[in-house]
Structure formats: structure tokens, C-alpha cells
Design a protein around this ligand. Structure first.
Ligand code: KIV
Length: 272
């Protein structure tokens, strides 16, 4: 694996993630939805690539993640898997593909695994989906949980505000994290909850905890379009922007337009 930015180029597995938590090594996770982006993300040393249903927002322009279908997730995950050598690839199960019952959940989980070649799946929810989580795990499929702000339930929440500020919801979240951990999930994403609650879950649950808007955890995940500055309209407090690709791309594309219109492109060296 030439060109990798990390020394340890072994393929990341779920057991490596558990080992990283035990050794206090942080886990870096990022989303990707297509071949080219996944190749760059993998090469830069990200441990886990999430083919998130946030593709609905950043790829398709929808307001929520609800419209994503199993077929669309398979298309994105297949493209990412083709590009990835080192990272563990996790695919989101889309809204409606696992909430009806366990049988349907396992059927869709098996289909996504078979058709994409991804390494694991992510499902949103705790006690309400625990039977399905157990059934998917029993089929031999690694599962990542997702608690706190679970975007597939946005219509129930009615807001993208911070979750579990109140004691009752915080206790429910800790109970759910224990359920998912005891069931055998290899990781749990905690989204947009108070940092003190994330810290408590990290301490009390042996499963690696990946935060997004939840303060320090065993690892972090961000949506790649957000951290690269391609999504100007989205700037929550938790987001750290590592680039301003909107500006870089707008400048490059603007110069291309100017060159085409002026006749400067293509020049003598750029033709056959
Ligand atoms: O779909 C997604 O990108 C996610 C992350 C925000 C964790 O679930």
C-alpha cells in the first residue's frame, strides 16, 4: 500500500477497533460515498469509512436521510468498497430497511453485505430494534449502533438540537448503549449529546464509542463534505473545517470558464 499516511497498513478489522479502545488509541472515521473520495480517504489513513445515509443530504440534496433506499446504499457502498484497501467499510442500513421486523432486517442486511462486499452495517436505535440487531449479529454480520441524535427519527424528534440533556433521556441512552454492547455490536456512534454523557458511556461500556458532536470519545466521525468545507450552509458548533474546498473549487472552475470563453483553453500543447 504505497502512499499511505499511516505506518500500520494492515486491514482494519472489528477486533482491531476493540484492541484500539483497550490500548487507548483513537479511532478516525469519515464518510465516503464514491470511489474517488474513498480512495483518498483510505489512503490518508482513516480507520473506518462510513457509507452514511447522509448521502441523502450531501449527494442527493434531500433535507433528511429518509428517502435513501437499499438499492441506493448498495450503489454507494459498492463504489467505496472497490476503492478501499485498509479501512473497515461500514454501510448504513437505510430508513425502512430494518424497522418493520427482524426477518426483513436480516434479509436486507444479508443483501447489502452480499452485493457490496462491505465489512459491517450501522443501524440507528436501541431497545426498540435490539431483536433485529441480535438477529443480524446472529447471521454473522458485524453491527455498529447509533444513539443520541438519530437522523432517521428526525420527524419524531422535530429538531436537530442536542439530545439527552434531560436525566431521563440520558439514562435511556446509557441503557441502550449497554444493550447494544452486550448484544455484541463492535462500535456505537453517539451523535450530538452532552460531552459528559459521552464520557460516561465510554467509561461504562467496553465497546468502542465513536462521537459526532458528543465531545471526546474512543473515536470521531464527520461527514466528509462538511469537514472539507463543501457544505457552506452547515456549520454546527462541533464541526471542525479542515479545508475550504468550496472556495478552492469555485476558483478553479471559474478560471476554467474564463479560459474556455477567452479561447485560452485548449492551447497548442493541449491538443493532438
Ligand atoms: O449517515 C451518516 O453520515 C452518519 C454519521 C453522521 C454518523 O450516520
Amino acid at each position: 500500500m504505497a502512499g499511505y499516511l499511516v505506518e500500520d497498513t494492515r486491514k482494519v478489522t472489528t477486533s482491531r477497533l476493540a484492541e484500539m479502545k483497550r490500548q487507548g488509541k483513537k479511532i478516525a472515521m469519515l464518510t465516503a460515498y464514491d470511489y474517488t473520495m474513498a480512495r483518498i480517504v483510505d489512503g490518508a489513513g482513516v480507520d473506518v469509512i462510513l457509507v452514511g445515509d447522509s448521502a441523502s443530504n450531501v449527494m442527493a440534496g434531500n433535507y433528511t436521510t429518509l428517502p435513501m433506499t437499499v438499492e441506493q446504499m448498495i450503489y454507494h457502498a459498492k463504489s467505496v468498497v472497490r476503492a478501499t484497501e485498509r479501512a473497515l467499510v461500514v454501510c448504513d442500513m437505510p430508513f425502512g430497511s430494518y424497522q418493520v421486523n427482524s426477518t426483513e432486517g436480516v434479509e436486507n442486511a444479508v443483501r447489502i453485505m452480499k452485493e457490496t462486499g462491505c465489512d459491517a452495517l450501522k443501524l440507528e436505535g436501541g431497545a426498540e430494534i435490539i431483536d433485529t440487531v441480535r438477529a443480524i449479529l446472529a447471521a454473522g454480520i458485524p453491527v455498529c449502533g447509533h444513539l443520541g441524535l438519530t437522523p432517521q427519527s428526525i420527524n419524531k424528534f422535530g429538531t436537530y438540537a442536542v439530545r439527552a440533556r434531560e436525566e431521563a433521556e440520558a439514562e435511556r441512552l446509557i441503557h441502550d448503549a449497554r444493550l447494544l454492547s452486550d448484544a455484541g455490536c463492535f462500535a456505537i456512534v453517539l451523535e450530538k449529546i452532552p460531552a459528559a454523557l459521552t464520557e460516561r458511556v465510554c467509561r461504562e461500556v467496553s465497546t468502542p464509542i465513536i462521537g459526532i458532536g458528543g465531545g471526546p470519545a474512543d473515536g470521531q466521525v464527520l461527514v466528509i463534505h462538511d469537514m472539507l468545507g463543501m457544505n457552506k450552509g452547515f456549520s454546527p458548533k462541533f464541526l471542525r473545517r479542515y479545508a475550504d474546498l468550496d472556495a478552492v473549487m469555485t476558483d478553479a472552475i471559474g478560471r476554467y470558464v474564463t479560459d474556455v470563453k477567452s479561447g485560452d483553453f485548449p492551447n497548442e500543447n493541449e491538443k493532438y
